[in-house]
Design a protein around this ligand. Structure first.
Ligand code: ATP
Ligand code: MG
Length: 332
C-alpha cells in the first residue's frame, strides 16, 4: 500500500468548509487505499502566538472533528504532532539542507507577513515549511493530500528529499501532492478572489463547521455572486456562483452539469436557499458527532495515544537512518 501523510492545524473554534472539502475529505478517502497518517500539527500552531489552555483545548477539538469527519482509528493513524518528537528532530537536519533564499521564496510566508511585515514574524513561521518537509519525509509518504495553497511546500519537500538522497544516498521517498482539482481551492464567500481562510477571511466569508447551522445558512444566502442571473459554472466571469456550485456538487455528489440543468431558468435565490439546506443537513450530524467525541476525553486521548505509538514506530526508524547517513555518532 502506498503511504499518505497530512497535517492540519488546531484551529480555534472549528475547521472551515475549505479545510473539509479541500483536505479532510481526501484524508477520509485515502484511508481505503493508503497506509495513512494524519496529525494535528500543534508545533506548526505555535508559529503564531497561542494561549496555552486554548491550544490544548483546540488540539482535542481538532482531533474530535477529524473523527467526526470519518477518520477511523482502525483504518488510519491519527496522532498529535508534538507526541512524536522525531518531527522536531528531523526538522533541524532539514533546516541545515535548505537555502535561506530557497526558504525566502515560499509565497505563503510572504502572504502571511504582507500586512505586518516579515520583521515582526517569528523565525518559526519562516521555517514552518521546513518542519513540514520533516513531517512528510519521516513517514516515507508517497501522497500528501492538501489544498492548492500547499502545493509549493510539497514541491520544496521533493527538492529537499532529492538533495538529501543525492548527498547521503537513497533515504527518503519522493512525495507527490494529492490535490483534487475541483475542491483544491474553496473561495471566500464575500470575496471569491481569495481562498476561504481562517486567518484572512472575514467572519461572513467563512463557514465554520461548528457554528450554529442557522448562522452558516445565512452566510450562504448572503454570499457574493454577480449582477447576472444565469446559474452557470464559469470560474473567470462568475467566481462566486462557481464556488457555490462546487460546494453544492461536492456535498451532494451531483455533477455541476446536473446542477446547471436543475437551476436553468431559476434565480440565485433558489440556488442559495437549497445549498443552505444541504449544508445544514451536513453540519448538523457533524456537530453532534464532534460533541460526542469531546464528551469522552478518555476515549479520545486513548485513540491519540495509540496513534502516537504507531506513528513513532515509523518515525523513529526513519530518523535513525537519516541521523546515521548524516554522520551523527550513535549513542551507546
Ligand atoms: P491559514 O489561513 O492560517 O493558513 P487555513 O485556513 O489555510 O489557515 P490550514 O490548517 O493551514 O488552514 O489548512 C489545513 C488544510 O486545509 C491544508 O491542507 C490546506 O491546504 C487546506 N485548505 C485550507 N484552506 C482551503 C481552501 N480554502 N480550499 C481548499 N483547501 C484548503
Ligand atoms: Mg493554510
Amino acid at each position: 500500500r502506498p503511504r499518505a501523510l497530512s497535517g492540519i492545524q488546531p484551529t480555534a473554534g472549528s475547521f472551515h468548509l475549505g479545510n473539509y472539502l479541500g483536505a479532510i475529505r481526501q484524508y477520509v478517502a485515502l484511508q481505503e487505499t493508503h497506509d495513512a497518517f494524519y496529525m494535528v500539527v500543534d508545533l506548526h500552531a505555535i508559529t503564531v502566538p497561542q494561549d496555552p489552555a486554548a491550544l490544548r483545548a483546540n488540539t482535542r477539538l481538532a482531533a474530535a472533528q477529524l473523527l467526526a469527519s470519518g477518520l477511523d482509528p482502525d483504518r488510519c493513524t491519527l496522532f498529535i504532532q508534538s507526541h512524536v518528537p522525531e518531527h522536531a528532530q528531523l526538522a533541524w537536519v532539514m533546516n541545515c539542507l535548505t537555502g535561506f533564499g530557497e526558504a525566502s521564496r515560499m509565497t505563503q510566508f510572504k502572504d502571511k507577513t504582507a500586512k505586518q511585515g516579515a520583521d515582526r514574524a517569528t523565525v518559526g513561521l519562516f521555517t514552518y515549511p521546513i518542519l513540514q518537509v520533516a513531517d512528510i519525509l519521516l513517514y516515507q509518504a508517497n501522497h500528501v493530500p492538501v489544498g492548492e495553497d500547499q502545493r509549493q511546500h510539497v514541491e520544496l519537500t521533493r527538492d529537499i528529499a532529492e538533495r538529501f538522497n543525492g548527498r547521503f544516498g537513497d533515504t527518503f521517498t519522493i512525495p507527490a501532492p494529492h490535490i483534487v482539482k475541483e475542491t483544491g481551492k474553496i473561495y471566500d464567500l464575500q470575496d471569491p478572489a481569495i481562498k476561504m481562510s481562517k486567518s484572512a477571511s472575514t467572519p461572513k466569508g467563512i463557514i465554520s463547521l461548528l457554528d450554529e447551522p442557522k448562522v452558516s445558512a445565512k452566510k450562504i444566502k448572503s454570499a457574493v455572486t454577480d449582477t447576472e442571473t444565469e446559474i452557470r459554472y464559469d470560474e473567470e466571469k462568475k467566481p462566486g456562483v462557481s464556488n457555490l456550485l462546487t460546494i453544492y456538487s461536492t456535498l451532494t455528489g451531483t455533477t455541476i452539469a446536473d446542477l446547471e440543468r436543475k437551476y436553468e431558468g431559476k434565480g440565485y435565490g433558489a440556488l442559495k436557499t437549497e445549498l443552505a439546506e444541504v449544508l445544514v443537513e451536513w453540519v448538523t450530524p457533524f456537530r453532534e458527532r464532534t460533541q460526542e467525541y469531546l464528551a469522552d476525553p478518555e476515549t479520545l486521548d486513548g485513540i491519540l495515544a495509540r496513534g502516537a505509538e504507531k506513528a513513532r514506530a515509523v518515525a523513529s526508524d526513519t530518523l535513525a537512518r537519516a541521523y546515521d547517513k548524516v554522520g551523527f555518532l550513535p549513542a551507546k
